[in-house]
Design a protein around this ligand. Structure first.
Ligand code: ATP
Length: 473
């Protein structure tokens, strides 16, 4: 019997679970991927890597607003996983690791996808990604040919070399996941952080996979960031912790504004489980192209620690003083992608509604209804026009806000267009400085992105007003 200290706190499951073989069709959607890609490119959020050279497939660059969005996603994850908990500690491990790590983990042998080649145009495809036509036949998306070579296992890890010689003794791998460092460093981190089981090690960092068919914008790329946490538990308590983490992770997405109807938990079917997993669920999001994985939450058992013990010769078992017993901990792993989460947050936030213009007409406006903590810019400061009387006060307001919020100052163009620009990138509040501000009342107009409601707020009360509405931003 595990003592209460080994079990998760009480929680109420809030998520929707579907069948492992549930239909993946996305159905009617508010937005297409083309619209999101176009918006991201036009506003410099995300665009093709090395574009002036024709781009590199499966690689994307995050511009000023995209980088800020990604930072905010990571900060929100770290806040939930680390800051608000006493039982998870952080790790920032090297991307290059000893090559034996990947033999022990099973990646050298088994981290493969089935690769087929079109016998006509020689294009290579991931066999399980080829969509059948109406007659149920698989065809080459490039030339339409229906003949392919037999599938061959293609290892997704990128190879590179350490030092000046390019021979096999110098060969290392670019990590395809951040998780292994948490297993390899388990004993050291546990000892030095004085954590007792149950506890977790969390890491955010880049991973690399030589995907055969990168696609769907930043959904499947070759270089991406992961947010992974390995939670070490006493064997026998693993199922309870697995359920607990599913609920925690579901709540995190919903608390950050994702609509629950666009989320679901899909357990893996037995024949879909990875070699190391006793049970896995995917948190799936209803992307415009299909319901697809946003995050995997796996019960990895003691597989990884046992394998690394075996391959390294180091004992990675744990002595549990409270229970007076030694065991190899089981591991629950919530593994999320930063890029995929950012994409899901963008898709989910995209709305089109109607807004009044200065001339009293109504026009359509696009807005990103991002949760304020994720919004790249929190407050925009907009003088009514670029007038000599207004600009110094507007600059002073911007300087005042900068120390507390990510602020953007913009005085170029008509005020209505500037509002639209901020709506389109999800800025929760716009602060306008007008002639009344400077000539009369020292008050500014604060406009709410979602309701378009406006409040007149005294400049000396502005920080307090915004702090109340933008907690932890
Ligand atoms: P998929 O089945 O989509 O290839 P996976 O099950 O191999 O993903 P995991 O190994 O569980 O993915 O990785 C955890 C998370 O890392 C995924 O849920 C996803 O958010 C992210 N991720 C994995 N591969 C990629 C990729 N090629 N591009 C972007 N994000 C990725």
């Amino acid at each position: 019997m595990a003592s209460a200290a080994h079990l998760p706190p009480a929680f109420t499951a809030t998520h929707t679970t579907v069948d492992p073989h549930a239909d993946t069709t996305a159905g009617e959607h508010d937005v297409t991927m083309e619209t999101i890609v176009e918006l991201c490119k036009r506003r410099g959020i995300i665009f093709q890597s090395s574009e002036i050279y024709g781009g590199l497939r499966g690689a994307w660059d995050f511009g000023p607003l995209g980088a800020a969005l990604k930072d905010n996603v990571k900060a929100a994850w770290k806040r939930a996983m680390l800051q608000l908990r006493d039982d998870v500690v952080q790790l920032d491990a090297s991307i290059l690791m000893h090559p034996r790590v990947w033999e022990a983990s099973g990646h050298v042998e088994g981290f493969t996808d089935p690769l087929v080649e079109c016998t006509n145009c020689n294009q290579r495809w991931r066999a399980d990604h080829l969509e059948p036509n109406k007659a149920g036949e698989i065809f080459c998306p490039n030339c339409g040919n229906k003949e392919f070579t037999d599938p061959k296992a293609f290892n997704l890890m990128f190879k590179t070399f350490v030092g000046p010689t390019e021979d096999t003794s110098a060969q290392v791998w670019m990590r395809p996941e951040t998780a292994q460092a948490m297993f390899v460093d388990f004993a050291h981190v546990q000892l030095t952080s004085r954590q007792k089981i149950p506890f977790g090690i969390a890491q955010v960092g880049k991973s690399f996979r030589n995907e055969i068919t990168p696609r769907n914008f930043i959904f499947r790329v070759r270089e991406f960031e992961q947010m992974e946490m390995e939670f070490f538990v006493r064997p026998g308590t693993d199922e309870a912790w697995h359920d607990y983490w599913i609920t925690q992770r579901w709540n995190w997405y919903v608390e950050h504004g994702m609509r629950p109807e666009n989320l679901r938990i899909r357990p893996h079917a037995v024949d879909e489980l990875s070699h190391y997993a006793k049970a896995t669920v995917d948190v799936e999001y209803r992307f415009p192209f299909a319901w697809s994985e946003l995050e995997g939450i796996a019960n990895r058992t003691d597989f990884d620690l046992r394998r690394h013990s075996e391959f390294s010769g180091r004992d990675l078992s744990y002595f549990d003083q409270a229970e007076d017993e030694r065991y190899v901990p089981y591991v629950i792993e919530p593994a999320a992608g930063v890029d995929r989460s950012a994409l899901a947050f963008l898709v989910d936030a995209y709305r089109v509604d109607e807004a009044p213009t200065a001339s009293g007409k109504v026009e359509r406006r696009t807005l990103l209804k991002l949760h304020p903590s994720l919004a790249p810019i929190k407050v925009a400061v907009l003088p009514l026009s670029r007038n000599d009387k207004l600009v110094p006060t507007a600059r002073a307001v911007s300087d005042l806000l900068k120390t507390d919020f990510i602020t953007q100052y913009d005085d170029a163009g008509a005020i209505g267009r500037r509002y639209r620009r901020q709506d389109e990138v999800g800025t929760p509040y716009c602060v306008t400085v007008d002639f009344e501000t400077v000539e009369d009342d020292r008050k500014v107009t604060v406009r709410d992105r979602d309701t378009m409601g406006q409040d007149r707020v005294a400049i000396d009360q502005l920080v307090g007003y915004l702090t109340e509405r933008l907690p932890r931003c």
